[in-house]
Design a protein around this ligand. Structure first.
Ligand SMILES: [Zn+2]
Length: 109
């Protein structure tokens, strides 16, 4: 789950011209558009349940192939890192749960 930004030119109704706009994406969906010249901004409704579902589905369905790929690339390194990864997993899950809670607070309004 991630939020990214990029700047691109769009026509602004208030400026009546093509101006740079800062576009905020939540995963692959546009969540916010902001005109850099006049400050006009618009929130775009994000289907948070859909985004969380799609991300979990994608991660769960690709996990076996990702693990096999890591194993095939370097078996010794993969096996050596397993104990450390298992120890760190609860902390990563906690961090991700905090991240999901943050996005729920931000987008589920
Ligand atoms: Zn503008």
């Amino acid at each position: 789950m991630k939020e990214t930004q990029e700047t691109t030119e769009f026509f602004c109704i208030r400026c009546s011209d093509d101006t740079p706009h800062r576009i905020t994406y939540f995963n692959n969906s546009i969540s916010h558009i902001h005109c850099e010249v006049c400050g006009r901004s618009m929130d775009v409704k994000v289907d948070l349940k859909h985004e969380i579902y799609e991300e979990l589905k994608n991660r769960l369905t690709t996990k076996p192939s990702r693990i096999m790929k890591e194993y095939q690339v370097n078996r010794a390194y993969f096996l050596r890192k397993i104990p450390r990864r298992m120890l760190k997993k609860p902390f990563r899950l906690y961090k991700e749960a905090k991240e999901v809670k943050y996005f729920i607070g931000k987008y589920a309004k």
